[in-house]
Design a protein around this ligand. Sequence first.
Ligand SMILES: [Zn+2]
Length: 353
Amino acid sequence: MASTMKAMRLHELGGSFQLEEVPVPQPGPNDALVRLKATGVGLTLVIMRSTPGLVDEYPRILGHEIAGEVVETGSHVTNVGVGDHVTCHFYLTCHNCRYCRSGRETLCEYFRGYFGLVLDGGYAEYTTVPAVNLCKIPDGVSSLDACVAADAICTPYHNCVAEAQIKPGDVVAIVGAGGGVAIHAVQMAQVCGGHVIGIDVSEKKLEMVSQLGAFATLNPAQTDTVEEILSLTDGRGVDAYIDYVASRETLEAGVASIGRGGKLVIVGYRPAAAYDNVSPNFTVDPLQLLTYAQEIHGSRYCSMEELKQSLELIRQGKIKPIVTETYRLEETETAFQALLENRVTGRAAVVFD
Ligand SMILES: [Zn+2]
């Protein structure tokens, strides 16, 4: 194996990636060395790259939606072996606090940060990963499909199953429906039995949302989404409104769109620093919430179990990963720019030989 590798490294907050030749990392006793096959590119990282306090040290290699092959393991590693195809859980957690022990590890009391932000990630030919974060990819699932499972599919799994608690027959509004994570929520909500209204500002994206089974699509640039939602539900409002944009406008529309016992699930985040200093804070009438027993849920990523089940849904053909653009490692910055300009339908990914 070569002793050096190509990597796209970030040298400062909000900077752009530089292609560099760096040493192949050595796995510690609890790590595995993974040769990358594919790494997803999503808006999460575009935002995180410019958000202070997430990357602890520069230079840093980003990229958390990885799929690759284990080529070496540390001496204490038992859960994966050389030759295994793996993807990775995004959160570095203690595995021991009450939240970790009860399947809610994204609330870990001793959270260490994110893989690919406080540890080097997948925009490189190799990366080392704490073996406890690795998840084997089932046979029949490609590397390209598996890499996006690690966020763009497992996140909607958690949003739809644990937070929105979608049941057969529920009407579910999905906001930002054509984005990399939400486009899989359009599918996941239907796997749960939901009837989907897709909302997005891009007609091109809404076309794909329709193709994926949404019974209605709404463009807030052209229509009053609250009025339309109420009309589509005979005035009742939706059972769940899952917001992947989470601006003040979309959140307030959500509060106005949910029906009796309805749930508003907040997934997206628009930090003012990344969006022209526009605050996403919104107002809620508590009397409305208590009168109609409505719920507002914050939703963070997913558990390892939910990641495994997401891979299983891909294997079963029930969720189709939507990766519309692939890039070479050297083109990672181009991919980020395309996302920043809202030009990507579904997910993009960097692929390796
Ligand atoms: Zn913990």
